[in-house]
Write a protein that binds this ligand. Structure first.
Ligand code: NBP
Length: 477
């Protein structure tokens, strides 16, 4: 027998993905650098479907039907290159290597170009949904050559999550690194979503005076409305959880220093290179980084702050409603920024990415899955050239309805000294976009003053310079 697909790298993600393929009726060849993981998978889950266990790379490749489809699920970076180096010489033109790890899209572009020389199709596929998603249906973002999707696509569609309307959460995103790029931005948006939820929690706790259990209930209620999403759902679970050892709220016994693996940081680094303002995502990355500076925080605890004035019970309820508005409006801005980054990459790399499809495949399986994404899909489907999600009438109206509360929440946060960098960055972005005039005009004047960098005028074409050190007359340059 031959296998229709092979998975090498059988840590948690790889073995769950292999089981997902097998449970969907495919014969799956499985391989891992150290054979112990292969044996463990066969022993524990071999009965779930048709697996072919391979001890060596050669056996693995021989077990695959042609053209071969070989999924690599190893630690991103050096290990991925090591695996490619090992397998590429054993493959033939037309075979496919599918990298399901969290690769940097620039690495994916490099690998795709190198393998193309050998006629091997390299598909960088972003996979989101964690272990559970890999087993029961992730959101999959494959890039690479469009023709590889013809035979690979139907298999991925089968194992992927399905949106509420039954559509599979996978599409051919675009060429070479497009899939991993979109996965990177997905993670950037995930960081922003998590930060905004964190700020909402802290405000409900410090300004409104609610307990974690009460806040869990508030999030449960929010989850039945327009904020309905996986992250809101698990937030309620985490907040309701009580630590068995101490009887305290779980959230109070966890060290408040957030870690990160790098995809959020990449989203911001690349956005800087592309010149795209992803301020909300950046604040989320910085907030995690700030939380980890323990000695700086220790040294700063005695700094002056405002006197806390807790709200009455009646005021607290109204405040919670305002926080919901602020959270929703800020969330819209995060998505505006994330989609802007994908749009900019589309131009930079000549990728034909359909933004409506991206929103569509994020509706299920992935960490940012949310009812809200169906609205984004609809907005882009109605107008594929939408300059920004804020240009969509529906979103613009919702923000218009939310903005008074959004501002009030930030006033309360500022007055009480609760840090809300995500909410604040989102509102500043919104206000900057709507502003009639920005102080950028003054910036241009300063640049011209100290560096003769020139400026453009509102009333005439051309570049101009004022002779600041002389008679201050203007010359055209
Ligand atoms: P890990 O990222 O922990 O990687 C472990 C696997 O890599 C093992 O199979 C290991 O083989 C293999 N490996 C290493 Br390390 N170095 C190797 C080398 N030089 N040659 C061959 N194999 C090597 O596994 P994971 O958590 O299952 O994640 C797999 C990929 O999926 C990663 O890229 C990750 O970023 C991505 N991802 C993870 C999640 C998640 O929720 N965990 C979600 C989405 C994407 P060994 O057994 O012989 O040491």
């Amino acid at each position: 027998t031959t296998a229709q697909i092979g998975v090498t790298g059988l840590a948690v993600m790889g073995s769950n993905l292999a089981r997902n393929f097998a449970r969907n009726g495919y014969t799956v060849a499985v391989h891992n650098r150290s054979a112990a993981k292969t044996h463990a998978l066969m022993e524990e889950h071999g009965h779930e479907g048709d697996f072919i266990a391979a001890e060596t790379a050669k056996e693995f490749v021989q077990a695959l039907e042609r053209p071969r489809r070989l999924v690599v699920m190893v630690k991103a970076g050096g290990p991925t290159d090591a695996v490619i180096e090992e397998f590429a010489p054993l493959l033939e033109p037309g075979d496919m290597i599918i990298d399901g790890g969290n690769a940097h899209f620039a690495d994916t572009r490099r690998r795709e170009a190198a393998l193309r020389e050998q006629g091997i199709h390299f598909v960088g596929a972003g996979i989101s949904g964690g272990e559970e998603g890999a087993l029961n249906g992730p959101s999959i973002m494959p890039g690479g050559p469009a023709e590889s999707y013809e035979s690979l696509g139907p298999m991925l569609e089968k194992i992927s999550a399905k949106a509420a309307d039954g559509a599979p959460c996978v599409t051919h995103v675009g060429p070479d690194g497009a899939g991993h790029f979109v996965k990177m931005v997905h993670n950037g948006i995930e960081y922003a979503d998590m930060q905004l939820i964190g700020e909402a929690y802290q405000l409900l706790r410090d300004v409104a005076g609610y307990s974690p259990a009460q806040i869990a209930e508030i999030f449960r209620t929010w989850n039945t409305g327009r904020l309905d999403s996986y992250l809101i759902e698990i937030t309620a679970e985490v907040l309701a959880h009580v630590d068995a050892a101490t009887g305290k709220p779980f959230v109070d016994v966890v060290v408040d220093q957030a870690e990160q693996k790098g995809t959020g940081r990449w989203t911001v680094q690349i956005a800087l290179d592309l010149g795209v303002p992803v301020s909300g995502i950046a604040e989320a990355v910085f907030a995690r980084s700030l939380s980890g500076h323990a000695s700086l925080r220790d040294a700063s605890r005695s700094l002056a702050g405002p006197k806390a004035t807790p709200l009455s019970a009646a005021e607290a309820g109204a405040f919670a409603d305002r926080v919901e508005q602020a959270l929703y409006a800020s969330k819209i801005v995060s998505y505006v920024q994330g989609f802007h980054e994908i749009d900019a990459a589309r131009d930079e790399y000549d990728w034909d990415i359909d933004l409506g499809k991206v929103a569509s495949i994020w509706r299920g399986g992935c960490i940012i899955r949310a009812a809200f994404l169906d609205r984004i899909r609809a907005a882009y489907d109605a107008r594929p050239d939408l300059p920004s999600l804020l240009s969509d009438e529906g979103f613009a109206q919702e923000i218009a309805a939310a903005q008074d509360d959004w501002r009030e929440v930030l006033v309360a946060a500022t007055r009480q000294g609760v840090p809300t960098p995500g909410f604040a960055a989102a509102l500043a972005y919104y206000d900057a976009l709507r502003a009639e005039r920005l102080p950028a005009a003054l910036t241009q004047g300063q640049r011209d003053f100290f560096g003769a960098h020139t400026y453009r005028r509102v009333d005439r074409d051309g570049s101009f310079h004022t002779l600041w050190g002389g008679d201050r007359s203007e010359i055209e340059s």
